[in-house]
Design a protein around this ligand. Structure first.
Ligand code: SF4
Length: 132
């Protein structure tokens, strides 16, 4: 069921960022480029199918979401902490949150629930000091 706050979020973020209502927003870490507009909904960078002109292999008329995210991260006057997070590993999208408010999920920390099987991997990466 769509809540009032999810409706407000959709109205605000849809036209501006092309928000697809995933309910776990990562815009700040992707140069304000919604990764859910990638036809493969990749959350951690481009696939291997980026064309020579930087466009998407699925939608040739569209620039790769991840190239756009990289350019914006470099060029836009975003906070340095946001720019740093571009290279952080983002957890897989939790489709149970689709259609819910990412604002609400942020404040309730619901968007930080760790999917089963992911926690150890994240901890291992952190322990190794790998930055992505
Ligand atoms: S809530 Fe999800 S779909 Fe909407 S802008 Fe943020 S990352 Fe994109």
């Amino acid at each position: 069921m769509t809540t009032f706050i999810a409706t407000i979020e959709h109205v605000v973020k849809g036209p501006v960022w092309g928000c697809q209502d995933c309910g776990q927003c990562v815009l700040h870490s992707t140069g304000m480029t919604c990764p859910m507009n990638c036809p493969k909904t990749l959350r951690n960078g481009p696939c291997g199918g980026v064309r020579e002109n930087g466009h998407c292999e699925v939608k040739p008329e569209m620039k790769c979401v991840w190239l756009k995210a990289y350019d914006r991260t470099q060029d836009w006057p975003l906070p340095s902490t946001w720019k740093d997070e571009y290279n952080h590993l983002r957890p897989p999208v939790d489709n149970r949150l689709k259609g819910t408010s990412s604002w609400k999920n942020f404040f309730t920390k619901r968007d930080r629930w760790t999917p089963a099987g992911w926690k150890n991997t994240t901890e291992e990466v952190a322990a190794q000091g790998v930055d992505h």
